[in-house]
Design a protein around this ligand. Structure first.
Ligand SMILES: [Zn+2]
Length: 460
């Protein structure tokens, strides 16, 4: 064998060298071509960069590969030759939106018991990739996915990160940590037996590579268990995101040092009780390094009666994208009688309390973030994020610029990735959306985002 190889070698080498030369030439050609393609210039639109200052008119954003290279204005920032020029004339340009509370494993179906037992085999392969892409196409370039099976969460997040599949950049918690999982949900809810078990579960999640810890029903846990979970999570540099449905969830969570509360909570109670307000003030007073975050998820409650009476959104085919016909019809069938869903039974009496509670949270000094609970009954990933922005601006009285920053800049700070995303800044990833018209005057324009770019790749 060896001898034969030796005699063959010179001929092979010669051909190999020839092939290599051609290959190198080809690579140079490819590099030149992709260099040209990877340089983009967004030219002409009004830029809301995410920092809260006045918008930049006639903006120019230069993008090189995945990153933003320069930001300026027509006339002062030259467009390099060979760059692909994309006109944004007449448009508002924003950092890609964040949604800080999504459920990619759900897609609006009204019956959790049915969903949880029917679709586990399709979560990782079909449903989560579909919903993550729906978020992206709605202008949500980053989303925090709170509560899903561990392996599927990591795999889908990483497939998106590596560019294998399109989707919003996901920050995942994996399974919920709680006192005891509801029967049949053990694959995405982990029970905690005692403080040592709490630490072990956090370590298991951290070792698997989650981005945060999701704690719920903590009022059913002992303080020692909650403290162990929060302490271990912080040791592993993970924030703890906890439910705020009941007063003791908030009280215990605050005492243990939870970083971020979810939902407006407290059912039909008209307001947060005085002792909680006092504790919030005390907590936010020492929060200049790590603010207290709060994701109130108000639109799911505020819009219920509207959706019940105007169910056309169930007919909107945008939420079908990536889902097989059988799943689409199963979801549609489950939403035939939105008025009869037990899930929303207590929502109408809660609605009048929402604005006051929202104001109490704002006045407490907590940093409020845009998040939506997308995926829960009637809540499609294609529309919840702009709905939340709409309710903040039109029902809660939030200034549109503040609402946009709660969906761009602040989430990136909360997730400690503000050096990479969250604003339109040179050196950061080119996660950019654009919409025709003045979004600071008409926030609802965000229901039809015209342009979506993530990491320099244009998806819309
Ligand atoms: Zn949720």
């Amino acid at each position: 064998m060896r001898r034969r190889s030796e005699t063959l070698l010179p001929g092979i080498l010669e051909r190999y060298n020839l092939a290599m030369n051609r290959f190198v030439l080809l690579c140079v050609a490819c590099a030149v071509a992709s260099f040209g393609q990877s340089r983009k210039a967004l030219v002409g639109g009004t830029l809301i960069d995410g920092y809260g200052g006045p918008p930049i008119r006639n903006s120019v954003i230069l993008i090189e590969g995945e990153k933003i290279q320069a930001v300026g204005q027509i006339g002062s920032l030259p467009i390099p030759p060979g760059a692909e020029v994309i006109s944004t004339e007449g448009m508002s340009i924003l950092p890609g939106l964040w949604d800080m509370h999504v459920h990619t494993m759900l897609s609006g179906h009204s019956d959790y018991a049915h969903w949880d037992k029917t679709y586990p085999p399709q979560l990782e392969s079909v449903i989560m990739p579909a919903t993550a892409k729906q978020l992206l196409m709605a202008g949500v370039t980053s989303a925090r996915d709170l509560g899903a099976p561990l392996e599927a969460s990591i795999h889908v997040r990483d497939a998106i990160k590596s560019g294998k599949i399109p989707g919003a950049t996901l920050y995942v918690s994996g399974p919920f940590l709680q006192h005891e999982p509801y029967p049949g949900t053990e694959y995405f809810r982990w029970g905690v037996k005692d403080p040592a078990d709490g630490r072990a579960k956090v370590d298991k999640l951290a070792d698997a590579g989650v981005d945060c810890i999701k704690l719920i029903d903590q009022d059913e846990m002992t303080m020692e268990e909650i403290r162990a979970i929060v302490d271990e999570a912080h040791k592993r540099k993970l924030m703890v995101v906890a439910h705020a449905h009941r007063p003791n969830e908030i009280r215990f969570g605050l005492e243990a040092g939870v970083d971020d509360f979810e939902h407006t909570g407290l059912a039909t109670a008209p307001e947060y009780p005085a002792d909680i307000v006092e504790k919030l003030h005390a907590r936010t007073a020492r929060g200049n390094i790590a603010p207290l975050w709060w994701t109130p998820t108000v639109q799911v409650l505020y819009n219920y009666d509207y959706i019940r009476d105007h169910p056309e959104l169930v007919d909107d085919p945008r939420w079908h994208e990536g889902l097989p016909p059988a799943i689409i019809s199963d979801i549609r069938e489950s939403l035939r009688h939105i008025d009869q869903l037990e899930y929303f039974r207590m929502v109408p009496p809660r609605k009048p309390t929402l604005k006051h509670k929202f104001q109490q949270l704002r006045e407490s000094g907590a940093m409020l973030l845009i998040g939506t609970d997308s995926g829960v009954p009637t809540q499609f990933h294609t529309q919840t994020t702009w709905n939340e922005l709409d309710i903040w601006v039109h029902a809660m009285g939030v200034d549109p610029m503040d609402a946009i920053r709660a969906a761009t800049f602040w989430p990136s700070v909360a997730m400690k990735v503000d050096k990479e995303v969250g604003t339109v800044t040179p050196g950061k990833y080119a996660d950019i959306i654009a919409v025709r018209g003045d979004v600071l005057r008409y926030i609802d324009l965000l229901q039809n985002v015209d342009f979506v770019m993530k990491h320099g790749t244009r998806y819309k």
